[in-house]
Design a protein. Structure first.
Lengths: 228, 475
């Protein structure tokens, strides 16, 4: 089942007199439960494509359909709501809320969704257990290592049971051991929760784990390899 | 959860938040306490005006206030009294005979307004009897064949009835009140010398003391040397009903002390029958009838009502008799508004500044919140709550400190004796008992919350303008 359909997507920046085609006529589909990575050199358009997929940026032309909904037809408030319900984000710099505990960070999006307190607590415990940090639920991010913070960020991204998770360079700030632990956890959650994961990365460790590797160059898809 | 996050965000940078809270606390305390002090000063003045001098409502013969002619009397006092007494809200009614004349002693004379009063009724209705200076006699309680008068301290001083003499007793008292032996020693040469005025005595002891000693012990020395011989007399002269000069000797029954120098120096009270007898006025006639009300809030309405009931008389309330005082009483609202505008403006700038710093520091975090689905309304509410929490914390702390300080100083009073001459010259007490009503606290709380909300608008708008993509990229 297709979760995301991208049709002739273009993003052109006009910040200088030269037009920059950050994303150039990209057409792609993502199926439910995929574990895909977008690779390419710096400036190839990976992050821009991820931002467009996440509804954080508007395309110059083309379409993104998520479960049949064209993101470009949504008003800003509806798009924010759509992101909350359908998309999980994992950022390179973790971006946890520093004043909340690990557990509260995971719970946060569910509280925005007005999930009942009991269900929130159960889901939080389940996810913290899945990322191996059930015992750190009451710790604030400042008391956790970078790897642990990113695992909490993954748990947070999955808390709302999104259609897909976008992870922008999730292992860039992690040491090798932490990166492998994180990737194993995401792979396991991808299988258990059947949630599509899309990464943008330079990291060969991520590429090695991914089951599909899309390569961008100058905003164009130059290869789309599905591993067997 | 947004409320919890907002509260936690307030304390994210404790030093900064505590600084803002402390600034707000000091600002609110300064405003509320100053207001309480001003409020008490005005209320004390109004209280004195109503309870000692004017009463709430006065009914006069229409020509009396302009001419002060002894002939302009209220002839049908029983009718006027009955109208007043039958008006709901009126708690007491009494008549006064008022003549202007000269008070003299062997050395001085001065113009006075002599008020003939029903001493028993006045004692029940007003508080002047309680202002008697201990040791100066009584409020018309002495059984004597002489004419008696109850006079103000200022008048007694002007007539040289009060003198200043440093006696053995004065020195014992000074030592008992902690005045050092060296100071008492310096005052030794003045022992037994009689000064007829405060000015002369002050000049004499000032020349013997150091400036600091003088500043510190001036009031204690004046009090210790204050001397009055009970039963002193004065001569009152005035016109009778035939416009003939008349007069009599009056024995001073007692001396009262108020905070109004003007009132004290010109007012003199005598039993109404004595004054009637001396002036030849008929029994039952008065120049003025005064009425006390249940409370001051009834003044405007009841004076209107009584004016309609007594069209042949001049009916005036204390606000009309002393418009300056009424204006100040009304002005208190405006003083309050100015104070609060200044305090709240300072509060608002402090909050806006702090919240702007807070928003700019959290650009990436706010971008992340918007990216993961926190809509604009929630972001706005979160920022607004943060600024409201900051304002409320400081505001409540300021009001709590104010409440405690007002409660303490409301009992102990604030002594402004240094400025007593100036303040009492215009009728204000130099001893303030700060007071503030509950309504003031409630309205201040509401204003502080509103300021917090208004102060949040600019920083919140800044936050809303953030582009999540750019904000997240911001390092």
């Amino acid at each position: 089942m297709k979760v995301i359909e991208i049709r002739n997507l273009c993003k052109i920046y006009n910040s200088t007199q030269i037009k920059v085609h950050a994303v150039n006529d990209v057409t792609l589909d993502f199926e439910e439960g995929e574990f895909a990575t977008i690779v390419g050199p710096s400036g190839s358009g990976k992050t821009t494509l991820l931002n467009l997929l996440g509804g954080l940026d508007n395309p110059t032309s083309g379409q993104i359909l998520v479960d049949g909904t064209d993101l470009s037809t949504l008003k800003p408030s509806a798009l924010t709501d759509f992101r909350m319900r359908n998309i999980g984000f994992v950022f390179q710099s973790y971006n946890l809320i520093p004043v909340l505990t690990a557990g509260e960070n995971v719970e946060f999006i569910m509280s925005l969704q007005k999930v009942a307190a009991k269900d929130r607590e159960e889901r939080t415990f389940e996810l913290l257990k899945a990322v191996g940090l059930a015992d750190r639920a009451n710790n604030r991010p400042s008391r956790l290592s970078g790897g642990q913070q990113q695992r909490i960020a993954v748990a947070r991204a999955l808390a709302s049971k999104p259609k897909f998770v976008l992870a922008d360079e999730p292992t860039a700030n992690l040491d090798t051991k932490s990166a492998y632990v994180l990737l194993d956890i995401m792979e396991q959650l991808n299988k258990d929760e059947k949630i599509t994961f899309i990464f943008s990365t330079h990291d060969p460790r991520v590429v090695q784990k991914a089951r599909r590797v899309i390569t961008l160059e100058d905003g164009r898809v130059v290869s789309d390899e599905i591993k067997k | 959860m947004i409320t919890a996050i907002a509260w936690k965000n307030v304390w994210r940078n404790r030093t900064r938040s505590f600084t803002v809270v402390a600034a707000v606390t000091v600002g609110v305390f300064a405003g509320v306490f100053s207001m309480a002090a001003i409020n008490s000063s005005i209320l004390q003045r109004i209280d004195a005006a109503v309870n000692e001098e004017l009463s709430h409502i006065q009914v006069n013969n229409k020509a009396f206030r302009k001419s002060h002619d002894i002939q302009n009397v209220i002839t049908d006092y029983p009718d006027v009294e009955s109208v007043l007494k039958s008006t709901p809200g009126v708690t007491g009614v009494t008549g006064r005979v008022i003549v202007r004349g000269i008070a003299s002693t062997a050395t001085k004379s001065t113009g006075v307004e002599i008020t003939g009063i029903d001493t028993d009724k006045e004692k029940q209705m007003f508080t002047l009897s309680t202002k008697l200076i201990p040791g100066t006699g009584s409020y018309f309680e002495e059984n004597t064949k002489y004419n008696t008068a109850y006079i103000g301290e200022k008048l007694a001083k002007e007539l040289n009835i009060i003198r200043y003499i440093l006696t053995d007793e004065s020195f014992s008292r000074l030592e008992g009140e902690g005045v050092p032996g060296t100071v008492c020693g310096k005052l030794g040469p003045l022992m037994g010398e009689r000064f007829t005025s405060e000015k002369k005595f002050t000049k004499a002891f000032e020349s013997l003391l150091e400036v600091q000693e003088n500043e510190k012990y001036r009031w204690k020395i004046l009090d210790a040397a204050w001397n009055y011989r009970q039963g002193s007399r004065l001569i009152l002269s005035f016109l009778d009903t035939e416009n003939n000069q008349t007069g009599a000797a009056f024995r001073i029954s007692g001396i009262f002390r108020t905070n109004n120098d003007m009132f004290e120096s010109t007012s003199l009270f005598v039993p109404v029958n004595e004054l009637r007898r001396l002036t030849g006025m008929s029994e039952g006639t008065f120049h003025r009838v005064v009425a006390r009300l249940e409370n001051d809030d009834l003044t405007d309405d009841l004076s209107k009502e009584i004016r309609q009931k007594l069209p042949d008389y001049e009916v005036m309330n204390w606000k009309e008799i002393q418009p300056d005082l009424a204006m100040i009483a009304d002005f208190i609202g405006q003083i309050y508004a100015v104070f609060m505008i200044i305090i709240l403006a300072a509060l608002a700038f402090g909050i806006v500044n702090t919240m702007m710093m807070s928003v700019l520091e959290r650009t990436r975090e706010l971008g992340m919140l918007m990216a993961v689905g926190m809509n604009r309304r929630r972001v706005f509410i979160m920022i607004m709550l943060e600024s409201v929490f900051l304002s409320i914390t400081g505001g409540f702390a300021g009001m709590a400190v104010s409440e405690v300080v007002i409660a303490i100083t409301g009992k102990t009073g604030i002594n402004l004796m240094k400025y007593s001459e100036g303040m009492e010259a215009i009728g204000y007490s130099a001893h303030l008992y700060p007071t503030i009503d509950l309504q003031f606290f409630i309205s201040t709380t509401i204003l502080i919350v509103l300021t917090g909300i208004i102060s949040s608008v600019y920083p919140a708008r800044k936050a809303l303008k953030l582009n999540p993509v750019e904000a997240i990229r911001n390092e």
